[in-house]
Design a protein around this ligand. Structure first.
Ligand code: PGA
Length: 334
């Protein structure tokens, strides 16, 4: 309900049990459980133990006098009271986040908080960009959440951060504003001494014979790779699934197989590291990062400053890639 004098209720008229016994922390935990559909995921997101999460929900439910969740099979779902509370809690947090933004704006760009949600490959450059940004604005506090594509899209939908970086444009862009950012090509990686490392123009069908290390469900890279194989009527011979680009690189070096990852995952070691790029038909897959925020979201001064700053230093990222991988960069007609 929009705020107006007519529907305003002074705090003195709010029931005692809500004012005295319910804490914002409990509401935060409750909100995370409903949004993520799991006590475990909420505990992970909030860096709490599961017993703490369960205890706080018990206290909240006791003070409201109604159960908030029901267990259906292995899933938890909010009860009718839980649904009502969730609706109210979202309004409370939206108001608080708006307040935070207003207060930051009063303080100016020199102070305030920036919340960024980025997909896994952006972690290879986002901290650097943030480092330079924080040098320019030392009073800014930054929270960086790194997740796979599915989780970042969930965060965009529930408006959890100021800005997001995703690895390719979403198909439906009706609710978001996107700013194209630096190239994010996908390449095939193998250990330097892999027999295919000496071959050129390798057909995808040949790749499908090799043990393959695939990212976890929910990963944008995984979806792109599986689509490519599927379009050619092929399937990779998946030897294992791993939920981290770094773990996949180690598995490649350990001789467990080949994989497809973003070129940026090799940003630190460059072409002289233990991982080689294979010359495979249909690769590199040309993709691009995007800075994103929901349409209609008023960016705080800090978020706007970060967006401008990132777009300003974007050419540096391209230059670094051109220097490290000149042959590959020449193929990327961005
Ligand atoms: P992912 O996304 O971590 O969801 O695979 C990475 C990317 O798209 O670059």
């Amino acid at each position: 309900m929009p705020f107006s004098e007519a529907n305003y209720t002074p705090a003195a008229a709010i029931p005692e049990f809500l004012i005295r016994h319910t804490t914002l922390r409990q509401l935060q935990i409750f909100e995370a459980i409903v949004r993520l559909g799991s006590f475990t995921r909420a505990a992970e997101e909030l860096f709490l133990t599961q017993p703490t999460v369960s205890m706080q929900i018990k206290k909240l439910s006791d003070s409201l006098g109604l159960p908030l969740f029901e267990q259906i099979g292995r899933n938890v779902r909010p009860t009718e009271a839980g649904d009502e509370l969730y609706h109210a809690v979202r309004g409370i947090f939206q108001t608080l986040s708006h307040l935070e933004m207003k207060l930051s704006d009063i303080k100016g760009v020199r102070r305030g908080r920036l919340r960024l949600g980025v997909i896994t490959t952006a972690k290879y450059f986002a901290p650097e960009v943030l480092g330079e940004f924080c040098q320019r604005y030392p009073g800014i506090e930054v929270a960086l959440k790194v997740s796979n594509r599915e989780r970042i899209i969930e965060r965009i939908t529930s408006n959890e951060d100021d800005l997001y970086i995703i690895g390719q444009a979403p198909i439906d862009q009706s609710d978001i504003i996107t700013y194209p950012f630096a190239p994010n090509p996908l390449v095939v990686m193998a250990r330097h001494d892999h027999p295919l490392a000496k071959e050129t123009n390798i057909p995808l069908a040949r790749l499908a014979e090799e043990p393959f290390i695939l990212r976890e469900p929910g990963s944008g890279i995984r979806d792109t790779v599986l689509h490519l194989f599927e379009n050619k009527g092929l399937r990779p011979k998946v030897r294992m699934e791993l939920g981290s680009n770094e773990a996949i690189k180690h598995a490649i070096v350990g001789g467990l197989g080949i994989s497809v990852l973003s070129l940026h995952t090799l940003a630190l070691e460059g072409p002289d590291g233990p991982v080689a790029l294979l010359d495979v038909q249909d690769f590199p897959i040309l993709r691009q990062w995007y800075m994103v925020h929901p349409k209609g979201k008023a960016l705080s001064l800090v978020a706007q400053a970060f967006l401008d700053f990132s777009l300003e230093i974007e050419p540096q990222l391209r230059q670094r890639m051109q220097k490290q991988w000149p042959d590959l960069a020449a193929q990327l007609a961005y």
